[in-house]
Design a protein around this ligand. Sequence first.
Ligand code: SF4
Length: 265
Amino acid sequence: MKKQFIIPIFVPHLGCPNDCVFCNQKSISGEKKQVTSEDVRKIIEEHLKYIKQDSNVEVAFFGGSFTAIEEKKQNELLEVAFEFIKSGKVKSIRISTRPDFINKDILKRLKKYKVKTIELGVQSSNDYILKRARRGHTFEDVKKASKLIRWYGFNLGHQMMVGLPESSKLDEINTAKQLIKLKPKMVRIYPVLVIKNTKLEKDYLDGTYKPYTVVQAVEVCKDLVKMFVKKNINVIRIGLQPTEEISEVNNEKSEVVARTISPSI
Ligand code: SF4
């Protein structure tokens, strides 16, 4: 089997109207600049220099809200990745987005650009916990989006969080059960990190939010992994990708205030 390489491109949702308790997008909006088609081209070309020619290369637009950004901008970025598909240098495209920004028109448009995999930020199957996290969507949105994604022939991925405010191990086990019913091909499990300048940081500092301990988070993740693996669902990541900003709490450049677990296990 050919080795798979993912070329990650982070697309921030500048001006996102939502206000998820764990996200610092609002506070960094002024500091980050939008990704341009030229950036995408440069990132892909740079990675391709180091990837063997016959590899299975995928361009992945991460950031969690791809289909919620301005349509013109989405198309501009997809167009560049699609050019590399047409030239045979890239095999497929992956995006991650919110469940309430999936509909037939969006999916048809993504098909045109040969997007193969769509990952949905689910976080929890419990509407109360979603509301507490200020996600701005319900689990019904996840169900509808998941069915549509599979119906249109995309690979479906789910991302869930562990340790959200008022979420217990039972809620997280239940989220896994509900996700299994929706037949994703892959899942990512993200233990909550408390990031600077978020509502969660405030709650953590005033003692109204208490993150899981490392042991608690590992216990939950262990059980979730078992459940998914038993159903042949790939667990492709546990924990956020470590970066300069997502690193040990005592690192000078780290944006993390508290963590339940090491960045990636
Ligand atoms: S995590 Fe929530 S607040 Fe942050 S960019 Fe995504 S939808 Fe917007």
